[in-house]
Design a protein around this ligand. Structure first.
Ligand SMILES: [Zn+2]
Length: 260
């Protein structure tokens, strides 16, 4: 079992030239080791760290002072899983300047210890903020001492779940017979939680439906075409599609370069 520890220390804010301002610096260790010692201190999205106590999927725990992880050379999130009483981490190694073909480290924490470590760390930071009375800089950019004071390790009603979900799609037009040559259809996918959808044209290859229509058939053309007769579809071997149907989601784009 791995042991998590979160600590804070406060130093005068020389950058800002204000003697009255403190900077709260953070250190996160696993078994007393930091995941990267490129910088003197760690820069953490504390709200992500808190979310990871009960959450699933990729968490951007480490970041740059500016709040953009890639700026610090962090290209992949830590993937978090919950199994029984344990919090599991899948961590790219090296964390910073991770390159394709690198390996992953797996850590297993006891959730009670994990939660308590974050709770104790935050308590330490909160008392520093409250004792100081003046202004405290926390970071990353945009994350304030006031926001830190609001953080709690109590289990939320809705845990963060960023695991890949099955995608739901349905045929919204077709199958149609296009230009007396192609059997095509328009598929629409509703993207849950985003209130948006996207549509594309698929063509029947004789074996399966493909989005790689060659030559590409414009959506307008498909919409303007009449529904293909049942006999034609049967002859071409087009199966009756369950309605609606689930698309298999491609592997989760944990690598942030895939999202940008
Ligand atoms: Zn930066």
């Amino acid at each position: 079992m791995n042991i998590l520890k979160l600590t804070f220390c406060s130093i005068p804010d020389h950058d800002m030239g204000k003697a009255n301002t403190l900077v709260l610096s953070m250190l996160l260790t696993v078994d007393s080791q930091r995941l990267s010692d490129k910088e003197e201190f760690d820069m953490l999205h504390l709200d992500e760290l808190v979310g990871s106590i009960y959450g699933y999927g990729p968490f951007e725990i480490y970041t740059c002072g500016c709040g953009t992880a890639q700026c610090a050379g962090i290209w992949e999130d830590i993937t978090v899983d919950q199994v029984g009483d344990n919090v599991l981490w899948n961590v790219p190694n090296p964390l910073i300047t991770f390159i394709e073909g690198s390996t992953y480290d797996h850590f297993v924490f006891d959730r009670q210890q994990y939660r308590q470590a974050i709770h104790d760390g935050l308590d330490e930071a909160k008392s520093m903020i409250l004792q100081h009375g003046g202004s405290c800089r926390v970071g990353p950019y945009g994350f304030t001492a006031g926001q830190l004071l609001q953080l709690t390790t109590i289990e939320p009603d809705a845990v963060i779940d960023r695991r890949p979900q099955p995608r739901h799609a349905h045929v919204c037009h077709g199958p149609v017979f296009v230009e007396n040559r192609y059997i095509a259809r328009v598929v629409k996918e509703e993207i849950a939680g985003r209130g948006s959808s996207h549509m594309w044209v698929e063509a029947w290859t004789g074996i399966h439906w493909t989005r790689e229509t060659i030559p590409s058939i414009p959506m307008d053309t498909v919409y303007a075409s009449k529904l293909a007769p049942v006999e034609l579809l049967a002859e071409a071997g087009v199966p009756e599609e369950p309605f609606p149907f689930d698309y298999e989601l491609p592997p989760l784009a944990n690598n942030r370069s895939g999202i940008l």
